[in-house]
Design a protein. Structure first.
Length: 270
């Protein structure tokens, strides 16, 4: 039971995630309800998903979602800070019951964990201003265009490969990335644009626009340990209710300053 298979270890290495403890049996829904607490993994360095405020309290989109899930389950929340590369290992080793933190669904992760229906999307697109011409992302792959991005983002390599004619200017934070464009030191951002929208509000005089044609849409769901069919079914029902009531989209707009670029359409059978 507690031995991680060679195949799973290979997948962990291939995904580039942190070393994991041996696989442990995930807590069942009954275990969670009996304990009165659900352990929710959140990314501690991901505004506006989850971040501590000046009072040291967790705030953000994931925090509101996690609280609502716990309320509907009738349990308390234990927040577990879970860095990006720890999300899958923490589920595999039963250190958390569910993982938030913009966990994109992909087939490799699905060999190690299970997913609920989608919670939100991430749209890879171009954020620019009315001062810069271009109706497709390919229009920004030209000399004289400077693209702002963050060091360490996977989109840096994507941009270098797919937009080689543009110049890249790298900074350290989301806010700094938006500032470069607002101040005219860069022309556009090619990234998961949803996470940048709130920062544009700091520059109300800039006429921001998102290029209509997206590059890609990723679907992010809640991660759970494998084999927990009952927990997965209950979470899916809860998520349908949260989507159908408008809770998810309203909470997204509250923290990101704009509607989800590719909103989830609730489906009770999905």
């Amino acid at each position: 039971m507690f031995k991680l298979t060679t195949i799973a270890l290979g997948l962990v290495a291939a995904l580039g995630i942190a070393a994991v403890a041996p696989r442990a049996e995930a807590r069942s829904l009954d275990d969670i309800l009996s304990s009165g607490t659900i352990r929710i993994g959140i990314n501690p360095n991901f505004p506006n998903m989850s971040v501590r405020n000046d009072a040291g309290e967790w705030v953000g989109f994931d925090i509101e979602v996690g609280k609502e899930i716990a309320r509907r389950l009738g349990v308390n929340v234990e927040w577990v800070p879970t860095e990006t590369p720890q999300r899958v290992p923490f589920l595999v080793s039963d250190r958390i019951d569910i993982s938030l933190g913009a966990l994109t669904r992909n087939s490799e992760r699905a060999k190690l964990i299970d997913y609920t229906v989608p919670l939100h999307t991430e749209v890879l697109a171009v954020l620019t201003t009315e001062a810069v011409a271009g109706d497709r992302w390919q229009d920004f792959d030209r000399p004289g265009i400077t693209l702002a991005n963050m060091r360490g983002n996977w989109t840096v390599e994507w941009t270098q490969q797919n937009m080689p004619n543009a110049r890249l200017e790298l900074v350290d934070t989301l806010a700094d990335t938006v500032r470069l464009v607002a101040q005219g030191r860069a022309d556009a951002i090619v990234e998961n644009i949803d996470f940048f929208m709130a920062f544009t509000e700091q520059y109300p005089d800039v006429k921001w626009r998102v290029v209509p044609e997206p590059i890609d849409v990723a679907w992010c769901a809640i991660g759970i340990g494998q084999g927990q069919a009952n927990l997965k079914e209950v979470l899916n029902i809860i998520l349908f209710a949260m989507h159908n009531s408008g809770f998810v989209n309203e909470t997204w707009e509250k923290f990101y300053g704009a509607p989800m670029l590719a909103p989830i359409v609730p489906n009770p059978y999905f």
